[in-house]
Design a protein around this ligand. Structure first.
Ligand SMILES: [Zn+2]
Length: 140
């Protein structure tokens, strides 16, 4: 009776040792997988960071270009342009259409139409403030 019991306990002990060994080998496998995942994630993160940096560079490059262009255009014209762009959205510069502003359709005086046509100076719409220009295909 005792012998049988001991034998059964021995069997159980062996099984338990077996199980522990399996778990230990699994742990090693998981450790390796974890390291691989960390490594892969690290590489992907590095690639993403590089892309983000590149985009950041392009944005600041474009901002620089925009500033350069801005200083080339006279301050007065740009302030009109910037105000309209921020305030109205969409195009700040619109062509004359049927002797009216191409955006808000406010009629223009014949004198103003002539001035815009001859491109004597930069003119703005009295109503919406957009910059107006003459486009032979649209305005005529
Ligand atoms: Zn207008």
């Amino acid at each position: 009776m005792i012998k049988t019991s001991i034998s059964s306990m021995e069997t159980e002990l062996l099984e338990t040792i077996d199980l522990i060994q399996t778990i230990e080998s699994n742990i090693d496998e998981y450790k390796e997988k974890l390291l691989q995942t960390k490594d892969n994630n690290g590489k992907q993160l590095a690639i993403l960071q590089e892309k983000i940096d590149t985009i950041g560079d392009k944005v600041s490059e474009k901002n620089g270009e925009r500033e350069n262009v801005t200083t080339e255009i006279s301050r007065q014209i740009f302030s009109v342009y910037d105000r309209v762009r921020k305030g109205k959205g969409g195009s700040a510069v619109v062509p004359v259409k049927s002797r009216a502003c191409g955006a808000c359709f406010k009629a223009l005086t014949p004198k103003k139409v002539q001035e815009i046509r001859k491109a004597v100076k930069i003119l703005t719409c009295d109503n919406c403030g957009r910059l107006l220009y003459w486009d032979a295909d649209i305005s005529a």
